[in-house]
Design a protein around this ligand. Structure first.
Ligand SMILES: *[C@@H]1O[C@H](CO)[C@@H](O)[C@H](O)[C@H]1NC(C)=O
Ligand SMILES: *[C@@H]1O[C@H](CO)[C@@H](O)[C@H](O)[C@H]1NC(C)=O
Ligand SMILES: *[C@@H]1O[C@H](CO)[C@@H](O)[C@H](O)[C@H]1NC(C)=O
Length: 269
């Protein structure tokens, strides 16, 4: 195996890790839809106007961008109209390119080759295009003593670690389902809680040092049925009646959960 092929395969096996070749490795992290500058410049900063530089990526079978003595070739359909170099910088040894309006699919390892230099030089640049949607945490089911919470993170990239925490930061056990489609992850966690308070759903993407979270409040359980009904009845009946009616209502499990005045059933999805 030639050294170039070996380093390619190693890079593919170890996403997120740039193996230093002689030119070191550079990692560029951008949010999707923003622009990414992929740097490439020989240490000598020599005039590249009459030279050739060639950009490729491991996720395409064709060149991304090729500059040869002032003329530019962009073969990859994916990049047409989105990639360019810095014409005024080439004479200063700057062979960097800019990719506009980046997509998740643009992520990968790029190489910039300067074959006409003595010795020829190759630069490795890892581009990570991140999508970090905010989690959505909702109450999905309420029974008399339990509340089921669902947290959904839709279309994140790279893969997020998602967890539901109580107000003390303890991670709650949860049922997890995961869908991976077109480089995006959708993660759904479902957990059951028995106490009230704030619950937080946290999505971490360590690879890009990103964290985002959302909270929901599980309100206090209340005997709203007995409270409402009983006050009505109290106006016309003796306290003796109350003492009979209340246990009956409780036994009938007539319990609802109140949420800041609104009934929680409005939140059920
Ligand atoms: C190349 O030029 C661009 C545009 O001026 C600049 O943003 C970039 O930092 C330069 N890169 C290098 C490696 O000098
Ligand atoms: C860079 O090289 C080009 C062609 O090789 C030449 O025409 C130009 O004058 C050079 N520019 C500088 C600043 O050296
Ligand atoms: C809510 O939970 C109860 C008890 O686990 C179950 O019987 C019921 O089908 C659930 N309702 C919904 C809408 O998931």
């Amino acid at each position: 195996m030639d050294p170039a092929a070996l380093s390619w395969s190693l890079l593919c096996l170890l996403p997120g890790i740039i193996l230093g070749d002689t030119n070191g490795g550079v990692r560029v992290v951008v949010k999707e839809d923003s622009d990414a500058i992929l740097p490439c410049s020989p240490r000598t900063k020599e005039n590249l106007s009459g030279a050739l530089f060639d950009w490729r990526t491991n996720n395409l079978h064709t060149d991304v961008f090729m500059y040869q003595a002032g003329s530019v070739t962009i073969k990859a359909e994916e990049f047409k109209g989105r990639v360019s170099h810095f014409p005024h910088e080439v004479k200063n040894g700057n062979a960097s390119i800019i990719i506009r309006n980046t997509k998740i699919e643009d992520g990968g390892i790029y190489t910039c080759d300067l074959p006409h230099l003595e010795p020829p030089q190759r630069f490795y640049i890892q581009l990570v295009v991140g999508a970090s949607p905010k989690p959505n945490i909702v109450i999905v089911n309420v029974t008399e003593d339990r509340v089921q919470l669902k947290c959904e993170v839709q279309g994140a990239s790279p893969k997020p670690e998602v967890e539901i925490q109580d107000s003390s930061g303890n991670v709650l056990p949860a049922e997890k389902s995961e869908v991976f489609e077109r480089r995006r992850y959708t993660v759904i966690l479902v957990t059951t809680v028995t106490k009230t308070g704030c619950f937080r759903c946290v999505a971490k993407q360590e690879e890009i040092h990103h964290e985002t979270s959302a909270e929901t409040y599980v309100p206090v359980y209340e005997d709203t049925c007995s409270k409402v009904d009983v006050t009505g009845w109290l106006s016309g009946y003796f306290l003796g009646v109350f003492s009979v009616v209340l246990p009956l209502l409780v036994a009938a499990k007539c319990i609802r959960i109140r949420n800041g005045g609104g009934d929680v059933t409005h939140q059920l999805q």
